[in-house]
Design a protein around this ligand. Structure first.
Ligand code: NDP
Length: 250
Protein backbone atom coordinates (compact mmCIF):
# COMPACT_ATOMS: atom_id res chain seq x y z
CA UNK A 1 0.00 0.00 0.00
CA UNK A 2 1.20 3.53 -0.78
CA UNK A 3 1.67 6.34 1.67
CA UNK A 4 -1.74 7.80 0.79
CA UNK A 5 -4.29 7.97 -2.00
CA UNK A 6 -2.54 11.09 -3.39
CA UNK A 7 0.98 9.68 -3.40
CA UNK A 8 2.90 10.96 -6.44
CA UNK A 9 0.78 14.08 -6.91
CA UNK A 10 2.48 17.48 -7.22
CA UNK A 11 1.77 20.34 -4.83
CA UNK A 12 2.73 23.97 -4.51
CA UNK A 13 2.33 25.48 -1.06
CA UNK A 14 2.75 29.25 -1.07
CA UNK A 15 4.59 30.68 1.91
CA UNK A 16 5.78 27.29 3.09
CA UNK A 17 9.09 28.44 4.57
CA UNK A 18 7.43 28.93 7.96
CA UNK A 19 4.39 28.43 10.16
CA UNK A 20 1.25 26.80 8.83
CA UNK A 21 2.56 26.53 5.26
CA UNK A 22 5.64 24.67 6.45
CA UNK A 23 3.49 22.21 8.43
CA UNK A 24 1.23 21.67 5.42
CA UNK A 25 4.21 21.07 3.09
CA UNK A 26 5.71 18.51 5.47
CA UNK A 27 2.42 16.69 6.02
CA UNK A 28 1.81 16.46 2.27
CA UNK A 29 5.33 15.08 1.99
CA UNK A 30 4.48 12.39 4.53
CA UNK A 31 1.56 11.47 2.27
CA UNK A 32 4.02 10.90 -0.60
CA UNK A 33 3.16 14.15 -2.35
CA UNK A 34 5.98 16.03 -4.13
CA UNK A 35 6.09 19.60 -2.89
CA UNK A 36 7.39 22.89 -4.28
CA UNK A 37 8.27 25.08 -1.31
CA UNK A 38 7.57 28.75 -2.06
CA UNK A 39 9.21 31.50 -0.04
CA UNK A 40 9.60 35.23 -0.31
CA UNK A 41 12.25 36.32 2.23
CA UNK A 42 13.13 33.22 4.24
CA UNK A 43 15.34 31.22 1.85
CA UNK A 44 17.25 29.32 4.57
CA UNK A 45 14.04 28.27 6.28
CA UNK A 46 12.62 27.13 2.92
CA UNK A 47 15.80 25.13 2.29
CA UNK A 48 15.33 23.35 5.61
CA UNK A 49 11.76 22.37 4.62
CA UNK A 50 13.03 21.10 1.25
CA UNK A 51 15.71 18.99 2.99
CA UNK A 52 13.10 17.46 5.29
CA UNK A 53 10.96 16.60 2.29
CA UNK A 54 13.91 14.94 0.54
CA UNK A 55 14.49 12.82 3.64
CA UNK A 56 10.89 11.58 3.27
CA UNK A 57 11.75 10.42 -0.24
CA UNK A 58 9.60 12.86 -2.18
CA UNK A 59 10.64 15.34 -4.84
CA UNK A 60 10.95 18.89 -3.60
CA UNK A 61 12.60 22.19 -4.45
CA UNK A 62 12.43 25.74 -3.23
CA UNK A 63 10.96 28.40 -5.44
CA UNK A 64 11.18 32.11 -4.83
CA UNK A 65 8.18 34.31 -5.57
CA UNK A 66 6.32 37.19 -4.03
CA UNK A 67 2.70 36.15 -4.55
CA UNK A 68 1.54 39.76 -4.63
CA UNK A 69 3.54 40.36 -7.84
CA UNK A 70 1.87 38.93 -10.92
CA UNK A 71 5.15 38.67 -12.88
CA UNK A 72 6.91 36.83 -10.07
CA UNK A 73 3.95 34.44 -9.81
CA UNK A 74 4.16 33.73 -13.55
CA UNK A 75 7.88 33.00 -13.19
CA UNK A 76 7.30 30.79 -10.18
CA UNK A 77 4.54 28.75 -11.83
CA UNK A 78 6.67 28.33 -14.97
CA UNK A 79 9.49 26.99 -12.86
CA UNK A 80 7.19 24.58 -10.99
CA UNK A 81 5.56 23.44 -14.21
CA UNK A 82 8.96 22.80 -15.82
CA UNK A 83 10.16 20.76 -12.86
CA UNK A 84 6.97 18.96 -11.84
CA UNK A 85 5.01 18.98 -15.09
CA UNK A 86 2.14 20.76 -13.37
CA UNK A 87 0.48 21.48 -10.06
CA UNK A 88 -2.24 19.12 -8.81
CA UNK A 89 -2.64 20.66 -5.37
CA UNK A 90 -2.31 24.39 -4.77
CA UNK A 91 -2.37 25.62 -1.19
CA UNK A 92 -2.78 29.40 -1.12
CA UNK A 93 -1.25 29.95 2.28
CA UNK A 94 1.05 32.99 1.96
CA UNK A 95 -0.41 35.78 4.03
CA UNK A 96 0.50 38.84 6.04
CA UNK A 97 -1.02 41.20 8.56
CA UNK A 98 -0.50 44.95 8.84
CA UNK A 99 -2.78 45.95 11.70
CA UNK A 100 -4.14 49.32 12.69
CA UNK A 101 -7.45 51.05 13.25
CA UNK A 102 -9.17 52.01 10.01
CA UNK A 103 -9.25 55.68 10.92
CA UNK A 104 -5.45 55.72 10.77
CA UNK A 105 -4.90 53.00 8.17
CA UNK A 106 -2.49 53.98 5.38
CA UNK A 107 -3.11 53.15 1.73
CA UNK A 108 0.05 51.10 1.93
CA UNK A 109 -1.18 48.93 4.82
CA UNK A 110 -4.42 48.33 2.93
CA UNK A 111 -2.73 47.58 -0.40
CA UNK A 112 -0.04 45.31 1.02
CA UNK A 113 -2.49 43.07 2.81
CA UNK A 114 -4.99 42.91 -0.05
CA UNK A 115 -2.20 42.33 -2.61
CA UNK A 116 -0.61 39.47 -0.73
CA UNK A 117 -3.63 37.72 0.75
CA UNK A 118 -6.22 38.24 -1.97
CA UNK A 119 -4.39 39.12 -5.20
CA UNK A 120 -1.82 36.43 -4.42
CA UNK A 121 -4.57 33.84 -4.18
CA UNK A 122 -6.01 35.04 -7.49
CA UNK A 123 -2.67 35.13 -9.36
CA UNK A 124 -1.52 31.69 -8.18
CA UNK A 125 -4.87 30.02 -8.77
CA UNK A 126 -5.29 31.46 -12.26
CA UNK A 127 -1.80 30.36 -13.19
CA UNK A 128 -2.34 26.70 -12.25
CA UNK A 129 -5.99 26.25 -13.19
CA UNK A 130 -5.60 25.55 -16.90
CA UNK A 131 -3.29 22.62 -16.16
CA UNK A 132 -5.73 21.21 -13.63
CA UNK A 133 -8.59 21.50 -16.12
CA UNK A 134 -6.48 19.69 -18.72
CA UNK A 135 -5.59 16.90 -16.31
CA UNK A 136 -9.15 16.79 -14.93
CA UNK A 137 -7.99 16.72 -11.34
CA UNK A 138 -7.18 19.45 -8.90
CA UNK A 139 -7.33 20.76 -5.38
CA UNK A 140 -7.30 24.46 -4.57
CA UNK A 141 -7.07 24.97 -0.83
CA UNK A 142 -7.12 28.51 0.47
CA UNK A 143 -6.10 29.57 3.94
CA UNK A 144 -8.61 32.10 5.20
CA UNK A 145 -9.08 33.14 8.80
CA UNK A 146 -11.69 33.20 11.53
CA UNK A 147 -11.25 36.96 11.37
CA UNK A 148 -12.71 36.93 7.83
CA UNK A 149 -15.89 35.56 9.41
CA UNK A 150 -16.06 37.42 12.74
CA UNK A 151 -14.07 40.61 11.98
CA UNK A 152 -11.53 41.99 14.46
CA UNK A 153 -10.64 45.43 15.76
CA UNK A 154 -7.51 46.72 14.02
CA UNK A 155 -7.77 44.23 11.18
CA UNK A 156 -10.18 45.74 8.66
CA UNK A 157 -7.70 45.16 5.81
CA UNK A 158 -6.91 41.59 6.89
CA UNK A 159 -10.58 40.73 7.59
CA UNK A 160 -11.59 42.11 4.18
CA UNK A 161 -8.88 40.08 2.41
CA UNK A 162 -9.88 36.86 4.17
CA UNK A 163 -13.64 37.43 3.73
CA UNK A 164 -13.04 38.00 0.01
CA UNK A 165 -11.31 34.63 -0.20
CA UNK A 166 -14.57 33.02 0.93
CA UNK A 167 -16.48 34.56 -2.01
CA UNK A 168 -13.60 33.62 -4.33
CA UNK A 169 -13.82 30.02 -3.12
CA UNK A 170 -17.56 29.67 -3.62
CA UNK A 171 -17.59 31.27 -7.08
CA UNK A 172 -14.61 29.29 -8.39
CA UNK A 173 -15.91 26.04 -6.91
CA UNK A 174 -18.99 26.42 -9.11
CA UNK A 175 -16.91 27.28 -12.20
CA UNK A 176 -14.76 24.15 -12.02
CA UNK A 177 -17.03 21.66 -10.25
CA UNK A 178 -17.54 19.47 -13.30
CA UNK A 179 -13.78 19.28 -13.95
CA UNK A 180 -12.99 17.20 -10.87
CA UNK A 181 -11.37 20.22 -9.23
CA UNK A 182 -12.40 21.16 -5.71
CA UNK A 183 -11.98 24.60 -4.17
CA UNK A 184 -12.22 25.04 -0.43
CA UNK A 185 -11.13 27.43 2.29
CA UNK A 186 -9.82 26.50 5.70
CA UNK A 187 -10.32 29.21 8.31
CA UNK A 188 -7.94 28.80 11.22
CA UNK A 189 -8.43 30.56 14.52
CA UNK A 190 -5.37 31.53 16.54
CA UNK A 191 -2.56 29.10 15.80
CA UNK A 192 0.83 29.21 17.55
CA UNK A 193 3.22 30.65 14.95
CA UNK A 194 5.77 33.49 14.84
CA UNK A 195 2.95 36.00 14.24
CA UNK A 196 0.81 34.89 17.17
CA UNK A 197 3.58 33.97 19.61
CA UNK A 198 4.90 37.56 19.72
CA UNK A 199 1.56 39.11 20.78
CA UNK A 200 1.68 40.85 24.18
CA UNK A 201 0.46 38.65 27.06
CA UNK A 202 -2.57 40.88 27.73
CA UNK A 203 -3.67 40.53 24.08
CA UNK A 204 -3.25 36.76 24.32
CA UNK A 205 -5.33 36.72 27.52
CA UNK A 206 -8.10 38.69 25.82
CA UNK A 207 -8.08 36.40 22.77
CA UNK A 208 -8.29 33.33 25.02
CA UNK A 209 -11.71 34.50 26.24
CA UNK A 210 -13.00 34.20 22.65
CA UNK A 211 -11.89 30.58 22.24
CA UNK A 212 -14.27 27.98 23.73
CA UNK A 213 -11.45 25.40 23.96
CA UNK A 214 -9.37 27.95 25.88
CA UNK A 215 -6.07 27.57 24.05
CA UNK A 216 -4.36 28.33 20.74
CA UNK A 217 -4.16 25.69 18.05
CA UNK A 218 -1.06 24.05 16.58
CA UNK A 219 0.10 24.24 12.98
CA UNK A 220 -0.51 20.51 12.60
CA UNK A 221 -4.19 20.97 13.48
CA UNK A 222 -4.50 23.00 10.29
CA UNK A 223 -2.20 20.71 8.29
CA UNK A 224 -4.31 17.63 9.11
CA UNK A 225 -7.41 19.35 7.75
CA UNK A 226 -5.61 20.52 4.61
CA UNK A 227 -4.25 16.99 4.07
CA UNK A 228 -7.75 15.56 4.23
CA UNK A 229 -9.09 18.13 1.74
CA UNK A 230 -6.17 17.35 -0.58
CA UNK A 231 -6.89 13.62 -0.47
CA UNK A 232 -9.15 11.55 -2.72
CA UNK A 233 -11.39 10.98 0.28
CA UNK A 234 -12.54 14.61 0.06
CA UNK A 235 -13.59 14.32 -3.61
CA UNK A 236 -17.18 15.42 -2.92
CA UNK A 237 -16.19 18.39 -0.75
CA UNK A 238 -16.18 21.70 -2.60
CA UNK A 239 -17.02 25.36 -2.10
CA UNK A 240 -16.77 24.97 1.66
CA UNK A 241 -15.40 27.14 4.41
CA UNK A 242 -14.18 24.94 7.23
CA UNK A 243 -13.21 26.44 10.57
CA UNK A 244 -10.41 25.00 12.67
CA UNK A 245 -10.37 27.31 15.62
CA UNK A 246 -11.21 25.64 18.93
CA UNK A 247 -14.80 26.81 18.47
CA UNK A 248 -14.03 30.51 18.03
CA UNK A 249 -16.35 31.01 15.03
CA UNK A 250 -19.38 29.49 16.78
P1 NDP B 1 3.93 33.12 9.18
O1 NDP B 1 4.15 34.58 9.33
O2 NDP B 1 4.43 32.17 10.20
O3 NDP B 1 4.41 32.66 7.75
C1 NDP B 1 3.99 33.36 6.63
C2 NDP B 1 4.49 32.67 5.41
O4 NDP B 1 3.98 33.36 4.26
C3 NDP B 1 6.00 32.70 5.32
O5 NDP B 1 6.44 31.47 4.81
C4 NDP B 1 6.26 33.82 4.34
O6 NDP B 1 7.42 33.61 3.56
C5 NDP B 1 5.07 33.72 3.45
N1 NDP B 1 4.77 34.97 2.76
C6 NDP B 1 4.42 36.15 3.28
N2 NDP B 1 4.24 37.05 2.30
C7 NDP B 1 4.54 36.42 1.13
C8 NDP B 1 4.55 36.81 -0.21
N3 NDP B 1 4.23 38.04 -0.59
N4 NDP B 1 4.89 35.89 -1.15
C9 NDP B 1 5.20 34.63 -0.80
N5 NDP B 1 5.22 34.20 0.47
C10 NDP B 1 4.89 35.09 1.43
O7 NDP B 1 2.34 33.00 9.01
P2 NDP B 1 1.31 31.87 9.49
O8 NDP B 1 1.84 30.53 9.30
O9 NDP B 1 0.79 32.29 10.81
O10 NDP B 1 0.13 32.16 8.45
C11 NDP B 1 -0.03 31.41 7.27
C12 NDP B 1 -1.43 31.69 6.73
O11 NDP B 1 -2.41 31.34 7.71
C13 NDP B 1 -1.66 33.15 6.39
O12 NDP B 1 -2.47 33.26 5.24
C14 NDP B 1 -2.42 33.67 7.60
O13 NDP B 1 -3.20 34.78 7.29
C15 NDP B 1 -3.25 32.45 7.95
N6 NDP B 1 -3.73 32.41 9.30
C16 NDP B 1 -2.87 32.31 10.36
C17 NDP B 1 -3.36 32.26 11.65
C18 NDP B 1 -2.48 32.11 12.84
O14 NDP B 1 -3.02 32.17 13.95
N7 NDP B 1 -1.20 31.91 12.72
C19 NDP B 1 -4.80 32.33 11.90
C20 NDP B 1 -5.61 32.42 10.74
C21 NDP B 1 -5.08 32.45 9.49
P3 NDP B 1 8.86 34.33 3.82
O15 NDP B 1 9.10 34.28 5.30
O16 NDP B 1 9.75 33.48 3.02
O17 NDP B 1 8.74 35.72 3.30
Amino acid sequence: MGKSDIEGKYALVTGSSKGIGRAVALMLGEMGVNVAVNYNNSKDAAKEVEENLHKMGVESFIVHGDVSDVDQVAKMINQVTKTFGGVDILVNNAGIIDDGLLIRMSDEAWDNVISTNLNGTFYCTRAVLRGMIRRRWGRIINIGSVVGIRGNIGQVNYSASKAAIIGFTKALAKEVATRNITVNTVTPGYISTDTVDVLPQETKDRIMTWIPQGHFGEVDDVAHLVSYIASQKAKYLTGQVISIDGGMAI
